[in-house]
Design a protein around this ligand. Structure first.
Ligand code: ATP
Ligand code: MG
Length: 431
């Protein structure tokens, strides 16, 4: 008999139903009491006219505290003034668990709270349907991603998160103790997903955590994030860029179609537009020219936050920055044959926000070792990885896309912490 508030319709008018949820609001007009019950899907008005409901229920309802958990059984009545056009006249009201007062956070948002306070009491913050909707969409995004890759013949894999080697050098690693040895939390599945190309999987995807011991505290960095990674054999950077733009298009299509209610809850002005393919490809050199009009930048420099801001003013929506200088991309990015100072690499951008990085990878052992040495990495500490290149590694390419960054772009969130349940940042380890 349990119903969710959103499942109640005209067909229920006059019938008895049962709801479970939280007491969102209480309005006491003396002889008439309104309780607003909230569940995952919405609200229902519980109306208690003193003269109609039992004395015992009325007394109990009057003492109820906000955010207490209840079970309500009653008849659904049409009521044009109530939210969704109906009310419930209760015949049973059970308090399953009483909430203490005062609440550390106002779920109705009449009293606003700053982000820190919200995150400190995240379980209450997430009770707000507006906030909860972000995570309902996040779940659907993951659903679409898995569908997309399975349809394209990818195998979903999980690679270790406890590792002995840094992916790209050791500065951004969290050390941990692993019995008598030192180990690290993995900053990227890069080395393992490439190894799986040598293992013959042909195309793999992984959705999992990446750990970055970055000191900086920005609105677009977390110390633990979720990365969507792919690696594909017998293709190049262009091949995997096409997967990336098609995936983004598919996500936008499906989310705008399936998540209307959640999008509106987040912001009534928010709309998920359908981007046009192909995304613009802006060469690194062109990006530098644009930036140079406003601030000085040397060829071969990585793009600073202010440089990215300038690009964000020039390009809106999704676009690629391609053909990066080899020296500022990781050692495994494939240089062009005829122009080795440039690599077959790309970043997917949304305005000034980097969403993904990818490249065709070096698949030749000798070149890989040469590039490691150039970047002052010790090939010996990459022995397990390098071995996979000695005995038949196919040409391959791939990328890593940050899930929280993608949600920021799609849902117009100003802080990456909004897109993760329990963010880990420079100052936050709890909850
Ligand atoms: P940035 O330059 O923005 O710090 P990056 O180039 O170091 O990012 P990559 O190593 O290219 O990041 O990782 C691939 C993707 O993973 C990024 O484009 C981003 O979407 C996501 N990502 C990387 N680091 C973080 C982080 N600290 N917090 C959230 N997402 C991240
Ligand atoms: Mg990057």
């Amino acid at each position: 008999m349990r119903k969710l508030t959103a499942e109640i319709g005209v067909e229920d008018f006059g019938k008895e139903i049962e709801l479970y949820g939280w007491i969102h609001e209480i309005r006491d007009l003396g002889g008439l009491l309104f309780l607003i019950l909230r569940d995952r899907e919405g609200f229902a008005q519980i109306t208690l006219p003193k003269k109609v409901v039992s004395k015992e229920i009325f007394k109990k309802a009057r003492k109820i505290k906000r955010e207490s958990v209840v079970r309500v059984k009653g008849v659904v009545k049409e009521e044009s003034k109530a939210p969704n056009g109906f009310e419930i006249i209760p015949s049973e009201l059970e308090i399953l668990n009483e909430a203490e007062t005062p609440l550390p956070l106002d779920v109705t948002e009449k009293v606003k709270a700053d982000l820190d306070t919200r995150l400190n009491h995240r379980f209450l913050d997430l009770r707000k349907l507006r906030i909860n909707s972000i995570f309902r969409i996040r779940s659907e995004v993951l659903n679409v991603i898995r569908d997309f890759f399975h349809q394209h013949g990818f195998v979903e894999v999980h690679t270790p998160k406890i590792v002995s080697t840094a992916t790209e050098g050791g500065t951004e690693l969290f050390p941990i103790s692993y019995f008598e040895r030192e180990a690290f939390l993995n900053q990227s599945p890069q080395l393992y997903k490439q190894t799986l190309m040598s293992a013959g999987f042909d195309r793999v995807f992984e959705i999992g955590p990446i750990f970055r011991a970055e000191e900086h505290d920005t609105v677009r960095h977390l110390n633990e994030a979720i990365s969507i990674d792919i690696e594909v054999s017998f293709t190049d950077h262009e091949g995997v860029m096409r997967y990336l733009e098609e995936l983004i298009l598919r996500i936008h299509e499906k989310i705008s179609e399936r998540c209307e209610k959640f999008i509106e809850r987040i912001d009534t002005n928010l709309s998920i537009s359908i981007p046009e393919l192909p995304f613009e490809r802006v060469k690194y050199d062109e990006a530098i020219e644009i930036i140079e009009r406003r601030e000085s930048i040397e060829w071969g420099e990585d793009l600073s936050t202010s440089a990215l801001k300038i690009l964000g003013e020039e390009f809106d929506g999704y676009y690629f920055i391609v053909d990066w200088p080899t020296k500022i991309k990781p050692f495994y990015a494939m240089p062009y044959d005829n122009k080795p100072e440039i690599s077959k690499s790309f970043d997917l951008m949304y305005g000034s926000l980097e969403l993904a990085s990818g490249a065709q990878r070096i698949h030749k052992y000798d070149l890989l070792v040469e590039r490691m040495n150039e970047q002052d990495l010790n090939p010996e500490s990459f022995a397990f990885y390098l071995e996979a290149f000695k005995y038949g590694m196919p040409p391959h390419a791939g990328w890593g896309l940050g899930l929280e960054r993608l949600l920021m772009a799609m849902l117009n969130l100003r802080n990456i912490r909004e897109a993760t349940l329990f963010p880990r940042d420079r100052h936050r380890l709890v909850p």
